[in-house]
Design a protein around this ligand. Structure first.
Ligand code: PMP
Length: 372
């Protein structure tokens, strides 16, 4: 079976598993404990992993807070900023094509009296910069815009969005779950990004672990917000709870591997994507249409409309040979709001399949489509 659902989750690298195992067994200490070696070893391992992730993102280690994943990071920042700064305004800007962990959090806040602008997107799922600028009000306290879309792969112009937010002095959060480990960037080039969410299982790390980048000022003070989890004060008091050392170590190892191979992986993924497009075009001709843009996207994500074919039936038929999905695994029971957002009809949405390739795939995997 060929696995082409890497935007849903990825297989962990064997080296990641090997790095994690000691922290599940003999090195089981609590990094918040002191003096004895099991505690000190756990603490050291956590700080090494933090440095690895910081190096992948191009930020300071002190700007990384570990969470259980992007769902938590997105909730933590959006609810936390809304609560902390509610006296300064009640307006939040986001987009119609965010992940549910952003959209549902915004809907929750709307019920609590916040005013939310859900920006429209173009045919590939990107926001319009002018639209965005026009939506900013005196009461805007937060902007939350997805960097790379999980169903279409399209990248927003984060540099311009970051510059607008910097200029207007508004906090910017970006859900970077699909871009971390897939595109090259350095946080120092995006001074307007205040917060960023990411998740290890999207780049061959373990599930249940992620991080939030929280920008610190020139004095090393992290941007303030109300914590989601109150308790023992771990992670600068921002995210309480005993650290999941084995998972953090796994995320750090995955970050190391990805940092080392990113350039090479991007070249390979672009090649594999083109290869799959060519096979599908040869095989299906005008019976298919690509919903995604060809450029300015996360390499390896394809959204393919099989005209007149029910996507669930197609996926079921393919399942013994190919693992793919209709779109986001997190909202698979409802028609995709992302595809609705780019203007597809319900019929078109129900005929769309997402293939998401990993650099662990090879051309020989994709050849399976020639024989279908
Ligand atoms: N945001 C995006 C864009 C995602 O693709 C996902 C995972 N599907 C999430 C957030 C949630 O991540 P996690 O499952 O790690 O909480």
């Amino acid at each position: 079976m060929i696995y082409l659902d890497n935007s849903a989750t990825t297989q962990i690298y064997p080296e990641v598993k090997d790095a994690m195992l000691p922290y599940l067994m003999e090195e089981f200490g609590n990094p918040s404990s002191k003096y004895y070696s099991k505690a000190e070893n756990a603490k050291r391992a956590v700080e090494e992993a933090r440095a690895s992730l910081a190096s992948l993102l191009g930020c300071n280690s002190s700007e990384i807070v570990f969470t259980s994943g992007s769902t938590e990071s997105n909730n933590m920042i959006i609810k936390g900023v809304a609560d902390y700064y509610q006296n300064q305004g009640n307006h939040i800007i986001t987009t119609k094509v965010e992940h549910p962990s952003v959209l549902e959090t915004c809907r929750y806040l709307e019920e609590k009296g916040f005013s939310i602008t859900y920006l429209d997107v173009d045919q590939y799922g990107r926001i319009d910069l002018e639209d965005f600028q026009n939506s900013i009000k005196d009461t805007t306290i937060l902007v939350s815009i997805i960097w790379g879309n999980n169903e279409l792969g399209s990248l927003n112009d984060m540099e311009s969005i970051s510059n607008v937010c910097l200029d207007k002095n508004i906090f910017l959060h970006t859900d970077a779950t699909q871009v971390v480990g897939k595109i090259e960037f350095d946080m120092s080039a995006f001074p307007g990004i205040t917060f960023l969410s990411c998740s290890a299982h999207k780049f061959h790390g373990p599930k249940g672990i992620g991080a939030t980048f929280i920008r610190e000022d020139k004095y090393g003070i992290l941007t303030k917000f109300t914590p989601l989890l109150h308790g023992g004060g771990q992670e600068h008091g921002v995210r309480s709870g005993t650290l999941a050392v084995h998972n953090i170590v796994g995320m750090g190892k995955a970050a190391d591997i990805v940092t080392l191979n990113l350039g090479k992986n991007i070249v390979k993924l672009k090649e594999l994507e083109l290869y799959l497009c060519t096979i599908l075009n040869d095989k299906f001709g005008n019976q298919i249409k690509f919903n995604n843009d060809k450029e300015n996207k996360i390499p390896g994500i394809l959204s393919v409309l099989f005209k007149g074919v029910n996507n669930e039936l197609l996926l079921k038929t393919l399942a013994p040979m190919v693992a793919a999905s209709t779109g986001s695994a997190c909202s698979s029971t409802k028609p995709s709001h992302v595809l609705e957002g780019i203007g597809l009809t319900l019929d078109e949405i129900r005929s769309t399949v997402r293939f998401s390739i990993s650099a662990l795939n090879g051309k020989e995997d994709l050849d399976i489509f020639r024989d279908l």
